[in-house]
Write a protein that binds this ligand. Structure first.
Ligand SMILES: Cc1cc2nc3c(=O)[nH]c(=O)nc-3n(C[C@H](O)[C@H](O)[C@H](O)COP(=O)(O)OP(=O)(O)OC[C@H]3O[C@@H](n4cnc5c(N)ncnc54)[C@H](O)[C@@H]3O)c2cc1C
Length: 272
């Protein structure tokens, strides 16, 4: 199927782009790599009158470093993370996350900001960056604002983006070499979205312990008792079952297994 007709706009920079997006009457949607929006246009699930290409806005292609975190422009591609061309706020985890997204052709075009804005519950950046304590920077509303990614993702394909707002950047706290991380996802084959996933962070120096259940029919869930799970003092089956009582028996089994495998690979000290 072909998309409904639309006008494709470009802008030289963010200040020129924002008024185009905030004109409610003009129905303008941002597009970055088009790896999620493109199929929706083709299926006519989305029919915006205008698309604004944000993939080359200089403000969305920057990397800024400070002592506590690295802030990545929203239009950086999965492939740029995969190739290690960007500084890494973690001990090598960001390329490992990127490498597992779809196929190289998708990674060449798809962007980190587009993935978070699309908010697919199975998306790899969505799940792992919540576990890593990332936040998003938004512009286009009454004032620029920062928001924890966990608050930004409000449900499946749903975010806290206000009309006319764009994600400009993603801030990822720096992790020390002693921090440990793990991610496990069930896919029938590479490039398919996960049926269940688990992401874990253990960063004793910062007191951050998170165990996340992803690829659900809702926003990702940070499980209670994260530190006890990581220390082996709590049972994954009991915690996951109590936290996700609505899962079918088959989905529950997958989720418990994903959590156990992610915990096991954390113990081994290698990213899953
Ligand atoms: C075959 C295939 C397999 C895939 N497999 C996986 C996978 O295994 N794991 C995975 O995580 N993903 C997967 N994806 C999705 C892929 O990673 C996309 O690249 C990503 O979801 C969207 O990024 P994008 O830049 O292409 O965004 P687009 O498709 O351009 O946009 C997606 C949505 O985000 C909005 N948007 C884009 N940029 C911004 C911004 N800066 N601010 C606000 N809104 C914005 C758009 O308006 C649109 O609503 C797959 C895609 C395909 C086609």
């Amino acid at each position: 199927m072909k998309p409904a007709p639309f006008q494709l706009l470009t802008a030289p920079d963010l200040p020129a782009a924002l008024p185009l997006l905030s004109d409610a009457a003009a129905e303008t949607k941002p597009v970055a790599g088009s790896q999620s929006l493109g199929p929706m246009l083709n299926l006519r699930l989305a029919r915006p009158a205008r698309l604004l290409d944000v993939s080359r806005l200089p403000e969305l292609r920057r990397v800024e470093e400070d002592a506590d975190a690295i802030t990545y422009g929203a239009a950086l591609t999965h492939a740029e993370f995969e190739d290690g061309t960007l500084p890494d706020a973690t001990p090598g985890w960001l390329p490992a996350i990127a490498r597992r997204i779809a196929y190289r052709a998708v990674r060449n075009r798809g962007t980190i900001g587009g993935s978070l804005a699309h908010a697919d519950p199975a998306a790899d950046w969505v799940n792992t960056l919540i576990a890593l304590g990332a936040s998003v920077r938004l512009a286009g509303g009454t004032a620029p604002r920062d928001m924890a990614l966990n608050d930004f993702i409000t449900g499946p394909l749903a975010t806290a983006l206000a009309p006319g707002e764009v994600i400009t950047a993603i801030r990822i706290p720096r992790r020390t070499p002693a921090a440990r991380w793990s991610y496990w996802k069930f896919c029938r084959k590479q490039g398919e979205f996960a049926k269940a996933s688990a992401a874990i962070l253990a960063d004793p120096a910062r007191g951050d312990y998170r165990v996340l259940a992803g690829a659900l029919d809702r926003a990702p869930v940070l499980l209670p008792d994260a530190r006890a799970l990581i220390d082996g003092q709590a049972d994954a089956s009991q915690v996951v079952t109590a936290a996700l009582p609505d899962l079918s028996p088959a989905r529950l089994t997958l989720q418990i297994t994903a959590t156990r495998r992610a915990l096991a690979s954390l113990t081994e000290g290698t990213p899953a």
